[in-house]
Design a protein around this ligand. Structure first.
Ligand code: AMP
Ligand code: GLY
Length: 428
């Protein structure tokens, strides 16, 4: 039986570990560091090593010799954990440091898109605040200001006015609010339309698209309030019909993988394209992530019927072309239950009540910021759970997920009530 190691401890990693543990090939799943949800999965076990502690993860992997490592979050990928493991012949699914620059440096990603003529918002890069502001004035608002490096989803400001854009420039280039991640910035045109997440698996040559999805990044109903990592998601994204799917593959995904290969970079892993689809039907790249999305992964993996471990192993050995992927035709929707105050400051350590005692057939409560203390599950992060359900339509998946969420309680629990509203409106 195989041993699979999953790096990370959020909702995405619980979903990966849950799915991997359902593979008949797998005897044990080790999650570093995991959460209460992964600790409670029958075949899984947590090991307390942080996802960004590459040295300890490498020495642990050298002792354990897992048959497959799946790296969830961006930080270890951009730090080169995949290169370290591969150099020791430990099969690892996740891009190396150079490939992960597609997420790790927005300047790299934008210049890459230009070189390969892939559609994206027009932009300029700056290190000098005065030049950045001259450009802001010449373009006028609205504009988007982005820190080059990783900033935990906080490095993007959509500025409605020139003053707001100035403030973002000052905050990044002068006050260094994002440290070195904001040494360089991008100022780009503001795009209008509907966002969708398009995630594929690739071995560097062959590409397997996963089911499409959409997430809600704003904290409050109606897509208002501060930006978060994601307050809910559903799959599929009705805005991506067959024709749009083909266009995205042909105009964006294929040239990206081919472009990386052309530049001598083998991209092996999940690739996430954040897309803006305009009313006129054009599609532009907003960003790349070098990993699965969180919370998109939770509804996507609920719909995956194929064996994720088989898929990853095929990709690691460059044999993704032979892989056929089966999906549950039913949509899935996940509602993130968060700590009150998130994404600002919030409290931790509340006991969670009403979690399902046994496995449900068409629903799953994925854990993110939770930890186990004895038999009690306590909150330990901003995004605490992602309550995910299948349904015959997005509307029913939504009803099923919310029915389950309403039974789960802790002091301060907060969740949006309208996840999937656009897709549900389309269904009517
Ligand atoms: P990013 O990390 O680049 O995906 O940006 C985070 C979020 O900011 C995206 O999901 C969009 O909602 C928004 N955003 C980023 N770039 C643009 C843009 N050029 N125009 C409009 N919204 C944007
Ligand atoms: N849900 C968006 C992300 O994972 O970046």
């Amino acid at each position: 039986m195989m041993k699979v190691m999953v790096v990370g401890g959020g909702g995405r990693e619980h979903a990966i570990a849950w799915k991997a543990s359902r593979s008949p090939l797998v005897g044990k799943v080790i999650v570093c560091p995991g959460n209460a949800g992964t600790a409670l999965e029958p075949k899984a076990e947590n090991v307390a090593i942080a996802a960004d502690d590459s040295d300890s993860l490498l020495s642990f992997a050298l002792r354990e010799r897992p048959d497959l490592v799946i790296i969830g979050p961006e930080a270890p990928l951009t730090a080169g954990l995949s290169d370290l493991l591969s150099a020791e012949h430990i099969p690892c699914f996740g891009p190396g440091r150079l490939a992960a620059q597609l997420e790790g440096s927005k300047v790299f990603a934008k210049e890459f898109l230009m070189r390969h003529r892939i559609d994206t918002a027009s932009f300029r890069c700056f290190t000098d605040p005065r030049e950045a502001k001259e450009y802001v004035v010449s373009k006028g608002a609205p504009l988007v200001v982005k820190a080059d490096g990783l900033a935990a989803g906080k490095g993007v400001l959509v500025a409605e006015t020139v003053e707001e854009a100035f403030d973002a420039v000052d905050s990044m280039l002068i006050r260094r609010s994002f440290g070195d991640a904001g040494k360089k910035i991008i100022v780009e045109d503001c795009l209008v339309g509907e966002e969708a997440s398009f995630i594929v698996m690739t071995d560097g040559l062959h590409i397997v698209p996963l089911a499409t999805s959409q997430d809600h990044k704003a904290r409050d109903d109606g897509d208002r309030g501060p930006n978060t990592g994601g307050m809910g998601a559903y799959s599929p994204a009705p805005v991506i019909d067959r024709a749009m799917h083909d266009r995205i593959m042909k105009d964006i995904i294929e040239p990206t993988i081919a472009g990386m290969a052309l530049e001598g970079i083998n991209y092996k892993g999940f690739l996430y394209a954040g897309l803006m689809i305009t009313q006129e039907g054009s599609v532009k790249v907003l960003e790349f992530n070098c990993r699965l999305g969180d919370p998109e992964t939770q509804p996507i993996l609920m719909r995956l019927k194929s064996d994720i471990v088989e898929m990853c192993l095929a990709a690691v050995s460059g044999n993704l072309s032979g892989v056929e992927v089966l999906w549950d035709p039913r949509p899935a929707l996940g509602v993130v239950m968060a700590a009150g105050g998130y994404p600002g400051s919030y409290k931790k350590g509340y006991p969670i009540y009403g979690l399902p005692e046994k496995d449900l057939p068409d629903a799953k409560v994925f854990h993110a910021g939770t930890r186990l203390e004895g038999k009690k599950v306590l909150t330990s992060g901003g995004r605490v759970l992602c309550v995910t359900a299948l349904g015959t339509s997005v509307g029913t998946a939504k009803e099923n997920a919310y029915a389950l969420a309403r039974g789960i309680k802790w002091e301060d629990a907060y969740y949006r009530k309208d996840i999937g509203y656009r897709a549900v409106a389309r269904e009517k």
